[in-house]
Structures are given as C-alpha cells and as structure tokens.
Design a protein around this ligand. Sequence first.
Ligand code: UTP
Length: 287
Amino acid sequence: MSLIKKAVIPIAGFGTRFLPITKSVPKEMIPILDKPTIHYIVEEAVNSGITDILFVTSKHKKCIEDYFDNFKELENVLELSGNYEMLNIIKDISNMANISFVRQKEQKGLGHAIYHAKAFVGSDPFCVLLGDDLIYNDNKPCLKQLIDIHDDYGGSVIGVQKVDFKDVDKYGIIDGVEVYKDLYEVKNLIEKPHVDHAPSNIAILGRYIISPSIFEFLEEGLVGKGGEIQLTDSILKLLTNEKVYAYNFEGIRYDIGNKLGYLEATIDYALRDNSINRDLTRYLKER
Ligand code: UTP
C-alpha cells in the first residue's frame, strides 16, 4: 500500500483561453456530458488511492466549493420524489474525499499556487493534478501509474507523453535518460522551449508526484518564464540532491484547456456512454 494519500489541485488560474465563459464560470465547471471536468480529475485521484485533496483556489471559484459540499435541500427533494439513483450520485460527490481549500490571493503562477499547500502536505511526497489534462484509462488511472513508479523507485515522478515537435513550446519539456521502458531519469527541464532548443518532445502533462523538499525552492519565489513563478523551475532545483523521474504513462490524454481538445474529449466520452453512443454515432455519420 502506498503512503501517498494527499493531492493538490490548483484551480486559481483565470482560464483566459476559454473566455468569455470563464469570466463568470470557472473552466473546471464546464461539463463533459453531465459532470464538470473537475469531477473527472477528483475521480482519478480517488481511484488512485488519494484520501485528502487540497484545492488551491481563488475568490472567483466559489461554485467549485459548493459542488463538493452537501446539498441537503436537493437531497430531500430527490428523496421525496423517489429519485434514489440521482440521490446517491449527489451524496457521493460530497463524500469522494476529505476536501479542503486554500486561497491564492494573487495569481503569480503554478509554483506560487503549489507553495500554498505547504502546511497541508507536511513531510511526505504528494501529488499534483492539473485540470487541463484529462486522461482516460479505464484500467489503471494515470496518477496510480505514477504512484506505483514512486513506490518502486522513490524520488519525484512527472507524468509525460510525447507531443508533436511543433507543439513543444506549449509544454515543460524534459531531457532525460531512459532507465527502463517508458521511464526516464530527468537531467534537465525546460519550460516552453522554442522547437530549435527543445532537448526532446517529451512533455510534462499535468500529473506529478513531488518530494516535499520542493517547498524550500518554491519559497524563494523565483520568477521564471512568462513572468510567473514556475513549478518546473523548482523541480529542476530538486535535481541537485534528489532523483526526478518522468514516466510515459498509458492513457488517452485530452488537452481540455483548449477548444478542440475539449470537443474531442466531449465526443469521445459521449461515444463511451451507452445511453447515447448509438444516437450520437448516427448523428456524426449524417454530418
Ligand atoms: P494555466 O497556465 O493553464 O492557466 O495554469 P489557466 O488560468 O488555468 O488557463 P489559461 O492558460 O489562462 O487559459 C495551469 C494550472 O495552474 C493553475 C491553473 O488554475 C491551472 O490549473 N494556476 C495557474 C493557479 O492555480 N494559480 C496561478 O497563479 C496560475
């Protein structure tokens, strides 16, 4: 049994690529079918053995707190009308994990957001999940794959997959040595490199197991690429004393932070849903 039980999910960003909806609706609450995207992320964490989740949030994201809270009035209505199936679904949402929240008052970057989890994390390695990457694997969740690597090898573990070279400037890119099939020992990390300077096309994709030593470096508040306090800069500093691995996880990854990736996820999740896949397939063929 893994000792990793805590996950941090930063949600304090502005979601500018999804404006105007994100002016008043957090992008994490945009649905794929009938569940907000953040529900799938929490589900992945819970199905990977996580019991405690901290959201690093902001004042614009209150409805996410409500989503994971009890809603007694609604439960009463569902009970009175005999809709027990939905009643159980609604109750389960507020019981998925021990969920807590901390506010990031100023959006200074992902590294700054993660620094807010210092007290929650304590002295054990912890997970980070980013909501922009939705990863489908109905056999073994991506996060569980990384936890298993951590349990075998120790150190920090970053979830990666290869991307097109033309897209490397959108990601943190690793330079590493393959030590086992799909497992790299990281030697360097470059945040959003120009294609001519990219050491590889192996990209960091929103899932991490991180050593608690990271907080010593995050505390320095070094401003990096894009004027933001970057998480990758502090992971790079971990390399001086500790091992950092990158694992090419198995799973279909959707970049739901952009419109096309979001639509692809919506269509694929709908095609996997028995209640609508036949009608949707017919409609898509007609189109
Ligand atoms: P992004 O760089 O994708 O920013 O942040 P964003 O605001 O979510 O979306 P765009 O790019 O403007 O459309 C990566 C993750 O880090 C969180 C975001 O909420 C997202 O989960 N984040 C980013 C914070 O929590 N705080 C920050 O200061 C910056």
